[in-house]
Design a protein around this ligand. Structure first.
Ligand code: HEM
Length: 446
């Protein structure tokens, strides 16, 4: 076999000093989409003294995320997240990650998640009762969806509704998450011990959370407060080879990780979903009709979910257009090769999920919202073109949880309300760690 001719990726050069940093920081999503079309397989660019490769050929993404995943670890951003989350699933690596993933995986199985259906309904019902009082008014649905998804993760993970901790957990989490996000996004990262405002916010939230979480774990260890929640499942999970279980520190890291990874992303998708319902009447009517046929006058139950195919396609189309995790990064441990392109050890790889979801070579009219494109869609074959939950062994562990949660919330909100987007221009988004609504999403709730 003839060996493949080496090629070296090229890309935009930018300024001698900052490289492409300014254009990248201004709008990372636009940056990746623009240059990935100009350099369709791979491009290389510099931001100050860091060099990056952006890969956009599905086979290359599959290579990095799946086929040769052992050669790659998570990128720079995760080092910051680690300060707060410790060695949770999102931030750990290697054998330790694999062991933790194997321990946690069964708790996220479809059958286990099914047990949370009623809790998700209860949380949504509470929001509906609040919104009843706001009927006819304009409401910013983004913070509302954040409130809802945080409540859902609190109930399912720690049974906060069964305890007196609900408000303290919420407050402490908000502080910690808000602070962590600010820290990650801030260009200067002061060491964690420097008592500036961001670090102080994180430390104070973290202290409260640790106290509560360790308290809950300790009570559970004594056999109290066992409610079959996610924490119970993680505590009971045993390593198949050694019979070992997680210790308190490991449980704490996993719980915080799931809180962080599991609520904002879902809230963002739900907010955009409501925006579409408020601005595309035909989509709203289509889903209402499906609900009338499938659920009709019955009590909404988990068995209805598989029949709600239009709703499921609708959610996929929202995630195609507005993927909250719009890009992911990896660092090469050893040298590697992508097709004809050599990669050095230490290479920083970026993958734009947003670009993959909007590449006109693959998606017809990508700027048009059209859920029917997911009818008969081959998810397996296109796993590295449509990938809101990432891909390969580090694919989102909460994907089934998130899908069920979004279905439950949307069914219940659709049954209770109609929505109207009355602002003159569409909502803007801002891509930081996640891509989220920049100034919220105002909707008239009728
Ligand atoms: C629409 C909602 C969600 C989206 C779009 C999303 C997206 C993602 C993506 C893209 C990754 C992979 C990151 C990478 O490879 O660098 C990921 C990982 C992860 N997600 Fe999600 N996620 C969502 C909801 C959730 C929920 C509800 C939970 C938990 C209940 C969760 C927990 C996690 C965890 C623990 C990881 C790390 C997995 C590992 O590395 O083993 N996510 N998520």
């Amino acid at each position: 076999m003839r060996s493949q001719q080496m090629q070296y990726p090229s890309g935009p050069k930018g300024s001698w000093f900052t490289g492409m940093a300014l254009e990248l920081i201004k709008d990372p999503k636009k940056f990746f989409h623009k240059y990935a079309q100009e350099y369709p397989e791979i491009l290389r660019f510099r931001s100050f003294y860091n060099h990056f490769y952006v890969i956009s050929k599905p086979e290359y993404l599959q290579h990095v995320l799946q086929k040769n995943a052992k050669n790659y670890v998570k990128g720079m951003v995760y080092q910051q997240i680690k300060l707060v989350l410790g060695e949770g699933l999102l931030t750990s690596e290697g054998d330790y990650w694999l062991r933790q993933r194997r321990l946690a995986q069964p708790s996220f199985h479809r059958n286990k998640i099914a047990g949370f259906f009623e809790l998700m309904k209860e949380s949504t019902n509470d929001i509906i009762l609040d919104w009843e009082r706001e009927r006819g008014k304009e409401l910013d649905v983004y913070p509302e969806m954040m409130r809802l998804t945080l409540d859902i993760i609190g109930r399912t993970m720690l049974s906060t509704h069964e305890s007196s901790h609900a408000d303290t957990v919420k407050e402490a989490l908000e502080k910690t998450l808000f602070g962590t996000q600010r820290r990650i996004e801030s260009p200067i990262k002061w060491p964690f011990w420097v008592p500036n405002q961001i670090n102080r916010t994180i430390q104070s939230g973290k202290k409260d959370l640790d106290q509560i979480i360790y308290g809950i774990i300790s009570a559970k260890r004594k056999g109290q407060n066992r409610h079959g929640d996610l924490l119970d499942m993680l505590m009971d999970a045993e390593d198949v080879d050694t019979g070992e279980r997680m210790n308190d520190q490991q449980l704490r890291d996993e719980i915080l990780t799931i809180f962080l990874a599991g609520h904002e992303t879902t809230a963002i998708v739900l907010s955009w979903a409501l925006y579409i319902l408020g601005s595309h009447q035909e989509e709203y009517q289509k889903l209402k009709k499906e609900l009338a046929q499938v659920v009709a006058n019955e009590t909404f139950s988990i068995t209805h979910l598989t029949e709600l195919t239009n709703l499921t396609n609708f959610i996929h189309e929202v995630m195609r257009m507005y993927p909250p995790a719009y890009g992911i990064g990896r660092l090469a441990l050893d040298k590697d090769q992508l097709g004809p392109y050599p990669l050095k050890a230490g290479a920083n790889i970026l993958m734009s999920i947003h670009h993959m979801h909007n590449d006109p070579k693959f998606w017809g009219d990508p700027e048009i919202f059209r859920p029917s494109r997911f009818e008969n869609f081959d998810f397996r074959k296109n796993a590295f073109r449509y990938m809101p939950f990432g891909g390969g062994p580090r694919i989102c562990i909460g994907n089934n949880f998130a899908m069920m949660e979004m279905q439950v919330v949307l069914v219940m909100l659709l049954k209770a309300f109609s929505f109207e987007y009355i602002q003159k221009t569409p909502p803007e988004s801002i891509a930081l760690i996640t891509d989220r609504p920049k100034n919220g999403i105002l909707l008239k709730v009728n």
